[in-house]
Design a protein around this ligand. Structure first.
Ligand code: NAD
Length: 501
């Protein structure tokens, strides 16, 4: 692993492009040490990237579908060859385990693989003789220049939900990755160039609020895809919509897993533990709440305690690590504070991760797996997104109460039910107000050729991410009606609205 500090610049017009102004340190969450320096952009950097993108997009839209597909196939191969390098960078800057980083790269590639079938996805419709001698057809065209703004927790996968489809459909894409773990995006930019993508079609501008706001309001940008926390998703949705752009803004989550008394409790506990503690709970599809129904409660507490106590907490680059550090020292403090506040309000702390120290990594952002129960449903440690390895176990009397609790959350990203009953599983999928549902599956993240998205405060906008909905998001439809009368044929023009005869 690199020990020298490295600089991360923007990637504009196919080249590393230094920033003009402020910088921000990149820290390794496992050690607390600085590993790099990020050059932050501003509104002028966005202006430059958009100018380049506008010129590049005009030419890119004329490139044949066959040629676009060949470039995407080459890109896929390069990503596979560079998986180890990208995973190392993700682990260094994000903290997650190498295996988990490779997992997110593989899941991101599902969208790239879907994008290689763009020849199928961009087919229009044709209807002959919709009226006498009149045909109708449709086609989809790119929007132009589009932007993506992404969170820290999936520095490879979430951008991949966006750019392969935006590019395959003929757009130019500007990525503003998280400022906490930005390096993976620059590697992706370099690989796109190596794959043969023309310069300017994929660019990276680093930065914070100023860059985000400039992307949301720039006249040259037609659409904004955002993934991150709910308050910023709302801000991006409002700002970019007011500027007349198409927007999809995916927000935060507080996913519940219901454990029915008929479930295999050991299986459910192992699955919930993976959802609650995998990647230290820093997934939008993490499971920070288990809802035990009736007699499941005591058995589940026992089983989840055993699962949590098994986990090895350590740096992500150590093979035996199950659970890595959280992203920042502030995040660690927030998780500990939320546990303290729950305890002060009368909750029982069944597994306590607050005092954990990883030997040799005393300055790392480690919090152990934590399980609490007997917490009031109005307490912020239950209602708010914790985004850490803290599982709240809520106990209800029956299935209807479980559904009511799940639906009372303002979030609606993902949820799961553990049961042996097809009847309750079917009712659950029908009755919950949540976008993605797992039945005996804790993290029901849709595959790349379906679309991903939550309901309520977990998504603002009409389109879900990746898969078919992304093809629709990144394109505009034209409907064409055609008549080719013979040269001397007269067709009577009617003054009334045309009916199809
Ligand atoms: P975040 O909202 O802090 O940041 C997301 C992006 O917004 C980053 O690029 C960041 O630079 C930018 N940003 C931050 N503050 C801003 C501001 N004031 N104005 C404009 N832009 C700003 O999110 P995060 O902490 O990086 O990621 C974790 C969050 O993302 C969690 O809430 C998680 O649930 C959510 N998330 C959701 C999904 C989903 O699919 N719904 C997926 C992954 C993560």
């Amino acid at each position: 692993m690199t020990t020298e500090l490295y600089d991360i610049t923007h990637w504009i017009a196919g080249a590393e492009t230094p920033g003009q102004g402020s910088t921000q340190p990149i820290l390794n969450p496992a050690t607390g040490a600085q590993v790099g320096t990020l050059q932050l952009g501003d509104a002028a950097t966005v202006d430059r990237a958009v100018e380049v993108a506008l010129a590049a997009q005009r030419e890119w839209a004329q490139v044949s579908l066959a040629k676009r597909t060949q470039i995407l196939y080459r890109m896929r191969q390069l990503m596979v060859e560079h998986t180890e390098e990208i995973a190392q960078v993700i682990t260094r800057e994000h903290g997650k385990t190498i295996a988990d980083a490779k997992g997110e790269i593989a899941r991101g590639l599902e969208t790239l693989e879907f994008a290689t079938s763009i020849t199928q996805e961009l087919k229009g419709f044709f209807s002959e003789n919709v009226s006498t001698g009149v045909d109708a057809h449709t086609m989809r065209q790119p929007l132009g220049v589009v932007a993506g703004i992404t969170p820290f927790n999936f520095p490879a996968m979430v951008p991949f939900w966006m750019h392969p489809i935006a590019i395959a459909t003929g757009n130019a894409f500007i990525l503003k990755p998280s400022e906490r773990d930005p390096s993976a995006s620059n590697i992706v930019a370099r690989l796109y160039q190596e794959a043969g993508l023309p310069d300017g079609v994929f660019q990276v501008v680093h930065g914070g609020k100023e860059v985000v706001d400039a992307l949301c309001t720039h006249d040259g940008i037609q659409a904004v895809s955002f993934v991150g926390s709910t308050p910023i998703a709302k801000h991006v949705h409002a700002t970019a919509s007011a500027a007349g752009k198409r927007v999809q803004a995916l927000g935060g989550a507080n996913n519940h897993a219901v454990v029915m008394p008929d479930a295999n409790i050991e299986f459910a506990a192992a699955q919930v533990a993976s959802g609650a503690f995998g990647s230290a709970g820093e997934r939008c599809m993490a499971v920070p709440v288990a809802v035990t129904v009736g007699a499941a409660h005591e058995k589940f507490l026992e089983a989840i305690t055993a699962e949590a106590n098994k986990l090895v907490v350590g740096p992500g680059d150590r093979a035996e690590t199950d659970m890595p550090p959280v992203i920042t020292a502030e995040a660690k403090k927030r998780i500990i504070r939320m546990t303290d506040e729950a305890e002060a309000a009368g909750a029982r702390v069944i597994v306590d991760g607050r005092g954990l120290v990883v030997e040799g990594h005393e300055d790392g952002n480690f919090v152990g797996p934590t399980v609490i129960t007997d917490l009031d449903r109005t307490h912020p440690t239950y209602t708010d997104e914790v985004f850490g390895p803290l599982l709240v176990v809520m106990h209800v009397g029956n299935f209807d109460e479980a559904v009511e609790l799940v639906n009372s959350s303002p979030f609606g990203n993902g949820t799961a039910i553990f049961t042996d009953s097809g009847h309750y599983a079917r009712r659950y999928q029908e009755e919950v107000t949540v976008g993605m549902i797992g039945i005996n599956v804790p993290i029901p993240t849709p595959v790349g050729y379906y679309s991903f998205g939550g309901w309520k405060d977990s998504l603002f906008g009409e389109h879900h991410a990746h898969g078919p909905e992304a093809v629709s998001f990144y394109t505009r439809q034209k409907a064409i009606t055609t008549r080719w009368p013979a040269q001397n044929e007269t067709v009577e023009a009617s003054m009334s609205f045309p009916t199809h005869e």
